[in-house]
Design a protein around this ligand. Structure first.
Ligand code: ZN
Length: 205
């Protein structure tokens, strides 16, 4: 939120919480793009780049949105002169791109792909007990790619060392591959608590 704007400036103490809530971002064709924090959603709404969509599917610009009452079960952002309802869905009026379905190669996404399970022994010691293993070790030219990285427990990682699974007499539970998640699935995975207001846009496509 830019302080120079006479917009939804927040009161102290309310900065976190409501402003971090996830908001579903739609492109101009109402296809889901990603989720963003409410903080950024309010900036886009205030700047006029986006409309907020209420639970009845009606679109509002910032001026319209700020006239809506904050109901009991709404999340609210305190602003100068009152409170604003936190939008759940934002529609980007001029953005017509559809996100690529490519999933970023990160430790977190590897954990999701492999189900938090050591791909050698099947152990599930929790996030801290797991690390990312190069199937063909880096020292031997193995790259950081979806088909060369797997989640493994520390014990298997140590045991394997700088060997291939075959050399170490170890076997992968499944062959690693690039995940084929859709954007929708990715959004649902990323959000701890998908809001019911998202459902019309995430399903039936
Ligand atoms: Zn293991």
């Amino acid at each position: 939120m830019q302080d120079s704007l006479e917009g939804p400036r927040t009161r102290r103490g309310q900065r976190d919480g409501a402003l971090s809530l996830p908001v579903l971002l739609l492109n101009r064709y109402f296809a889901p793009v990603t989720i963003i924090p409410a903080r950024r959603a309010m900036t886009l709404l205030y700047a006029g780049s986006a409309h907020a969509i209420d639970d009845a599917g009606e679109a509002f610009d910032f001026r319209g949105w700020r006239t809506l009452p904050v109901r009991d079960d709404d999340d609210r952002i305190g602003v100068v002169g009152g409170a604003l309802r936190v939008p759940r869905v934002l529609h980007l009026k001029d953005y017509d791109r559809t996100p690529e379905n490519a999933v970023r190669l990160t430790r977190r996404n590897l954990l999701l792909r492999d189900g938090y399970e050591c791909q050698y022994c099947g152990a599930r010691p929790g996030v801290r007990g797991l690390n990312v293993d190069h199937v063909l070790p880096r020292s031997r030219g193995g790259g950081d790619t979806w088909d060369n990285l797997v989640i493994s427990c520390h014990a298997c990682n140590l045991r394997k060392g700088r060997r291939t699974p075959e050399e170490a007499g170890m076997r992968l539970l499944r062959r690693p591959h690039r995940p084929r998640w859709s954007t929708t699935a990715h959004i649902l995975l990323a959000a701890r608590r998908p809001f019911r207001e998202w459902q019309p846009f995430l399903h039936g496509r």
